[in-house]
Design a protein around this ligand. Structure first.
Ligand code: ADP
Length: 675
């Protein structure tokens, strides 16, 4: 694991940042959206301010127009007072009070500021003292300017903020008093502000210190933002008054904040999930890295194996091969993967057996100790393998195929063959030695009686030729000759009894089984010499009464001779030479035919074929056919050969053995001729 960590940590910075790149992109997008929103917001704020200024200007002009009109009307009343037309003044004052609800009182003042006429009449004279200083100041200003002016605001007797409009009255050039109109600022704002303005703005009149003296409020003052407020000089009445309009927060702003909040939440959750995803990817990459290392480790392990490994599915199709297997058979993995039986590397001579074994393994009946097969490399050379195959079980416990290991045992086999051949040669030599010894002792043993026979025979002949003989003499000599000849015969029989190891053991036997067993014994030699042995299919035959060992010996000898006579014999790889063994029922019993496809038997050989010690092979003994015929004849059978020229050449060696229903062979060993 430490190596994984090192690899992971050793990655370049860009690769470390890469997993977080989507999160960064999302953050960037969110930032851009926020900037966009703030730009929109500032643009909206600016246009809102502009609108506020426009609206405030409109309201201010409206109010100014009203106040200017009031100012002019007061000047009109002062003219009436100067002209002394008090009735008209009174009428007009009443009409003005009715028309302008913000005006609460109109008074006529004398030159000292005392009230000479008040509409409506004054109820509480003490209350009228309120705003006296502001009034006096305004009267002075009006007198100095010679036109109507506004006093500074003050708290009116009705408890509202108000101010007075004071128009000076001049009698000629002499100041004779003033017309005062009390104006309620509260009423001015509440009654002369249009509804749409009041709906959107809070309008206030501020004093010189900026303190609101007449607030209008639709909702609490704390819910408005003074940052968006617009303040302007309120003139007239002037005197340091200001108008301030503050827009109420719009509904759209709240929804924008909602959208912004939603975007924020979404961004945060997206970033969170992306970070989680990046972590997951990092963990996954780590796992993949670990897996890759594991695979590399296993591959190195596999490649170091000298044992071939091969997996296949339930159809026998190859799904996996290791390097050793490919080197063994000489095919590339691409050639092998997907290959179906019969495999290209199976030896054509053993396809049926290989198929049967592979099927048995897949069916779960394969030999647990493994089995040997002959394989063919791509270059055509043969080799032997030892196969161990086990079922391939998947994670759910089902068999998905088989995994086989293949061990090249050619070297071992070659060593075994070499040892066997040496053993055979040793046996052959020892047999020759034994035979030589037997022959010499036989010669030695029978030399004496034969010499005696010859001497008696010569003596008798001499006597007969000379005519000087007597019958008793001749009879005696011939008697001795007979005894010596019998002695020689006894010696020969004695030697034979010595050579014959055991008596034959007759029993009912199935000829097909015997042939199969014999082929099984010799098949390795046949494969090695490139000869294919085939047992021709035959109908079942009745059992024969025979000695198993002796008949097998006959079969082995005939098959070995046929292999020796086959044209391609003597080398692996030719694969075309063949020997066929047929079994059939004929009039003489069960007939066995061993056929080769060689050059046949030349005439000079044919004459001596069954003669003991006749051989054309360098290491042959020349006893095989002679013994075979003796054995077959001892079984009451018959052995012969046929030239098979019309049918592809070669020779057919045949023998028949009587069936169980026919007369049983005599017991007691080999016939006289071979003794
Ligand atoms: P060996 O096999 O030791 O030579 P055999 O008695 O079995 O002794 O054979 C004698 C000879 O007969 C052989 O050397 C060979 O020349 C000849 N012979 C036997 N079988 C065949 C055959 N199928 N085709 C040709 N010649 C054969």
């Amino acid at each position: 694991m430490s190596s994984h960590r090192t690899l992971w940590q050793g990655r370049p910075l860009t690769r470390q940042i890469l997993p977080f790149f989507p999160a960064l992109l999302v953050l960037l997008t969110a930032g851009l959206v926020a900037v966009l929103m703030s730009l929109v917001h500032s643009a909206e704020t600016q246009s809102e301010q502009e609108r506020t200024i426009k609206d405030v200007l409109w309201v201010e002009q409206d109010l100014r127009f009203l106040l200017t009109t009031t100012q002019e009307r007061m000047s009109g009343l002062s003219n009436l007072a100067a002209a002394g037309d008090m009735d008209k003044l009174q009428r007009q004052a009443v009409a003005l009070l009715n028309a302008q609800s913000e005006l609460s009182r109109i008074r006529v003042l004398d030159a000292h500021g005392a009230t000479t006429l008040s509409i409506p009449p004054i109820g509480n004279p003490a209350a009228m003292a309120r705003g006296e200083s502001q009034r006096q100041k305004a009267i002075s200003t009006a007198r100095a300017l010679g036109r109507a002016t506004f006093s500074a605001p003050f708290l009116t007797p009705t408890g509202e903020m108000g101010l007075e409009v004071l128009a000076p009255v001049f009698d000629g050039q002499v100041f004779s008093g003033a017309i005062s109109a009390t104006l309620s600022l509260d009423a001015l704002l509440t009654r002369h502000i249009p509804w749409w303005f009041a709906e959107n703005y809070r309008l206030e009149i501020l004093d010189t210190d900026g303190v609101p003296i007449v607030p209008t409020s639709r909702i609490g003052s704390d819910t408005v933002s003074l940052a968006a407020a617009h303040t302007m000089v309120f003139d007239p009445p002037g005197g340091g008054l200001y108008l301030r309009a503050t827009p109420y927060p719009a509904q759209g702003k709240r929804s924008r904040w909602l959208i912004l909040t939603a975007i924020g939440v979404l961004t945060a959750s997206t970033v969170g999930s992306l970070v989680a995803l990046a972590r997951h990817i990092r963990r996954r990459l780590k796992a993949e890295q670990a897996l890759r290392e594991e695979i590399a480790f296993r591959r190195a392990m596999e490649n170091s194996l000298t044992v071939g490994m091969r997996a296949r599915d339930m159809d026998g199709r190859i799904t996996y091969v290791n390097q050793a297997f490919c080197s063994m058979v000489g095919y590339t993995p691409e050639d092998l993967l997907g290959m179906k039986p019969p495999m290209a590397y199976w030896d054509p001579a053993g396809v049926e057996r290989a198929q049967a074994l592979h099927d048995a393994v897949l069916a779960g009946n394969g030999p647990s100790e493994g089995f040997e097969l002959s394989f063919l490399r791509r270059d055509g050379s043969r080799f032997d393998v030892l196969v161990h195959e086990t079922p391939l079980i998947d994670a759910s416990g089902h068999q998905t195929g088989g995994m086989g290991s293949f061990l090249d045992i050619s070297d071992r086999k070659q060593m075994e063959d070499l040892a066997r051949r040496q053993d055979q040669r040793l046996q052959h030599t020892s047999r020759l030695i034994t035979m030589g010894e037997m022959a010499s002792s036989l010669a030695h043993e029978i030399n004496q009686p034969l010499a005696a026979v010859a001497s008696y025979a010569t003596g008798c002949l001499n006597r007969l030729r000379s005519g000087r003989y007597t019958v008793p003499e001749l009879t005696d000599a011939l008697d001795k000759l007979d005894r010596q000849a019998k002695r020689a015969g006894k010696i020969v029989r004695h030697m034979h009894d010595f050579a014959r190891k055991s008596s034959p053991n007759f029993s009912p036997l199935d000829m097909t089984t015997l042939v199969r067993e014999a082929v099984g014994f010799i098949s390795r030699d046949a494969v090695q010499r490139g000869v294919r042995l085939t047992i021709e299919p035959a109908a079942p035959t009745p059992p024969v009464i025979a000695d198993r060992v002796q008949i097998e010996q006959v079969l082995l000898n005939l098959i070995r001779n046929a292999i020796d006579a086959s044209p391609a014999s003597g080398g692996r790889g030719s694969g075309h030479a063949r020997v066929t063994i047929g079994i059939r029922l004929d009039s003489g019993g069960v007939q066995v035919r061993v056929r080769d496809y060689g050059d046949g038997i030349p005439e000079e050989t044919a004459a001596q074929l069954f003669t003991p010690f006749f051989t054309t092979k360098p290491d042959g003994m020349g006893m095989g056919l002679s013994i075979c015929r003796s054995i077959i004849e001892a079984h009451h059978g018959h052995l012969w050969y046929e030239q098979a020229e019309p049918d592809g050449g070669g020779t057919v060696f045949c023998f028949t053995l009587p069936c169980q229903t026919q007369p049983a062979p005599k017991t007691g060993g080999l016939p006289e001729e071979t003794q």
